[in-house]
Design a protein around this ligand. Structure first.
Ligand code: AMP
Length: 618
């Protein structure tokens, strides 16, 4: 049965609820929808403009102002004007400390491991709450422009966002009163906006080059059977158009012989010159010379000088493209389409550098500020059931697993697995009568969990008391299309079950992911040796435990001499365990095992004959 809802604003019937697409950006955010002509369209609410600057201002009554109006307070009240909050989403203070100078507001640093908080006035805010303010503004604008309530959305995130950052984005949506239908990768949305991937028979490899105001990333995607797969991403989260503005500003300071010290004390003049630099940069996207005067200061710039000023930065983006291709095991000629995203790709020199590197003209017909939101609207339309055949597939950048005996990492979902994915394994208890099982979830490539990153820990409680090894505990990992992990543990004999959705205590920066991967390669050999020793120790300890219990419990089936000899073997294994030598431990464990095996058989036979007593054998 089709749902029919009534639009209270217009009094008309509406067939289906609109799901909007939101590009929640570092500098600017915007919202798009599919119009009645079935085309994606960005929302411009009563001429307020399409882009909503991602800036939140708190005035002294703790009232919130968002967007252009808030941006005006960047110079007059910087400590209460929050910008670039996307950089802080799902991050700990430790993650952002290196770049803390770019923030003019206060980031709380008392606990460097937990998620960051921001102080404005006398209140503390989480990046989730601040992002929610931006989303609320977008929701309100969409509702006003479309004259209908907007409750559902697709929100985009960079392809390199980790689980924690995706979860934080989803939570921000929830807090803004939005049901977040899907978190979509920005490069995937950009491809969709160009219609790439909409035809299921199409097979293409795409490079999405995204240079915004403060961040750069490049993603290599493969599209096959309507499935998008992120093959590789690379970039620099602190490189963008703002660097171009700064380079121009420094050039003018030098040309006009300005005293930096004097200048840096004049906030207003500095800000005016910075805006002038941005204006010059934008003008040079369509003309060859810019010439203005601010007081006595000449702000002159020609294209050639501009290109010299930014060439090192642009080169850095091309190096990132090279690295992404290398990671994807591809060369530039394997790329079928190059897509440009982000306002800074309007600079002709940037466009040319991308074209030269990939050897083909990039797609730039769609406004690079709008392309991601437009694609998100298309994805929203797919989820609304209006288009079929489109799926999304990403890969997980790091392995996910749990801690097993001796602190070993047992990988359940391997790095580079395609998501959504599901995997599971069966475990058991190691001690008799164990009724709780601690399940610790880790992310990383090292063999020892202590070298990896802990995501969560929980107890599976209420396992009925059974001998060690008897309970069957299934642990299932479900990594959904948004990259969010659900871990489920179930004891099969009793049906006891526990499930958690993982919101890691803090996220990983790109650099950390890279470091973790490099570390795993560097330590591969020592990790293997350590793993073998730990496995030998676990085996030895388990055997000691069973053997000691066995001679205690079944003394009546053994002779005094057998018991004495078993004890000698037990002592030998104990000493071996103290040596930390894998081979000695295994040898002594083997000897104990061999010596006691006939006893175990004897006890088993006795048990069977007792069980058979009174039963007729036909
Ligand atoms: P985004 O983060 O994608 O909104 O991009 C914003 C960046 O694009 C800022 O650094 C802007 O100065 C830059 N930008 C906007 N328009 C132009 C233009 N016409 N030419 C060059 N850069 C531009």
């Amino acid at each position: 049965m089709a749902k029919i809802s009534i639009n209270l604003a217009t009094g008309s019937f509406q067939k289906e609820e609109i799901i909007v697409g939101i590009d929640l950006g570092t500098t600017n955010s915007l919202v798009a929808f599919i119009n009645p002509d079935k085309n994606p369209q960005v929302i411009n609410d009563s001429g307020k403009g399409i882009l909503v600057p991602s800036v939140v201002y708190f005035n002294n009554q703790n009232e919130t102002v968002v967007g252009n109006e808030a941006k005006e307070f960047l110079t007059t009240d910087p400590s209460n004007t929050i910008f670039s909050v996307k950089r802080l989403l799902g991050r700990s203070y430790k993650d952002v400390a290196e770049h803390k100078d770019i923030f003019s507001y206060k980031i709380i640093d008392d606990d460097s491991d937990s998620l960051v908080k921001i102080q404005a006035g006398n209140r503390f805010y989480t990046p989730i709450e601040l992002s929610a303010e931006i989303l609320k503004e977008l929701k309100a604008r969409a509702e006003h422009a479309l004259k209908t309530p907007v409750n559902r959305a697709v929100i985009t995130v960079p392809a390199y966002f980790n689980d924690s950052q995706r979860q934080a984005t989803r939570d921000a949506g929830k807090l803004a009163g939005l049901d977040v239908m899907r978190i979509v990768n920005e490069p995937t949305a950009a491809s969709l906006a160009y219609g790439i991937g909409l035809d299921p028979s199409q097979q293409k490899t795409i490079a999405v080059y995204d240079l915004g105001g403060g961040t750069f990333d490049v993603s290599i995607l493969q599209i096959q059977n309507g499935i998008f797969e992120v093959l590789a991403t690379n970039g620099n989260t602190y490189l963008g158009g703002d660097d171009f503005d700064r380079a121009i500003l420094n050039h003018w300071i030098e040309k006009n012989n300005l005293d930096i010290k004097v200048l840096s004390e004049d906030n207003i003049l500095m800000q005016t010159l910075r805006l002038q630099a941005e204006a010059a940069k934008k003008a040079l996207s369509t003309q060859n010379l810019y010439n203005e005067k601010v007081g006595e200061i000449w702000c002159t710039l020609d294209n050639q000088t501009f290109e010299q000023l930014i060439s090192a930065k642009v080169e850095e983006t091309i190096t990132a493209c090279k690295n992404a291709l290398k990671d994807a095991d591809l060369t530039a000629s394997d790329i079928d389409e190059v897509i440009l995203v982000g306002g800074s790709t309007r600079t002709p020199f940037v466009k040319q550098a991308v074209e030269d590197f990939f050897g083909k003209k990039p797609q730039d017909n769609i406004n690079p500020d709008e392309v991601v939101a437009l694609g998100a609207a298309i994805q929203a339309d797919v989820l609304a059931g209006n288009r079929s055949d489109i799926l999304l597939l990403d890969v997980t950048p790091l392995s996910l697993g749990i801690e097993t005996m001796g602190g070993l990492m047992d990988v359940i979902i391997a790095r580079n697995s395609k998501v959504p994915t599901k995997a599971g394994r069966q475990y058991t208890t190691s001690v008799d009568g164990q009724v709780n099982m601690k399940i610790s979830v880790y992310q990383g490539e090292r063999d020892l969990v202590k070298e990896n990153r802990k995501l969560a820990e929980f107890d599976l409680k209420g396992i009925p008391a059974m001998p060690a090894g008897l309970p069957k505990v299934d642990i299932n990992f479900l990594l959904n299309a948004d990259g969010i992990l659900t871990v489920q543990a179930i004891e099969l004999r009793s049906g006891v079950k526990q499930e958690i959705e993982i919101t890691p205590s803090y996220g990983l920066s790109d650099d950390t992911v890279e470091k973790m991967l490099l570390d795993s390669i560097e330590h591969a050999k020592s990790d293997v040796e350590q793993r073998m020793l730990i496995e030998a120790r676990s085996e030895g300890e388990q055997l000691l435990y069973t053997a000691e219990r066995f001679i205690e419990k079944h003394a009546e089936h053994l002779t005094a001499e057998e018991i004495a000899k078993t004890k000698v073997h037990i002592e030998a294994l104990k000493s071996a365990l103290a040596t930390q030598e894998k081979d000695t431990i295994l040898k002594k464990a083997d000897e104990l095992n061999e010596f006691t095996r006939p006893f175990a058989e004897r006890v088993m036979d006795a048990a069977i004959s007792t069980a058979m007593k009174g039963k007729k054998i036909e």
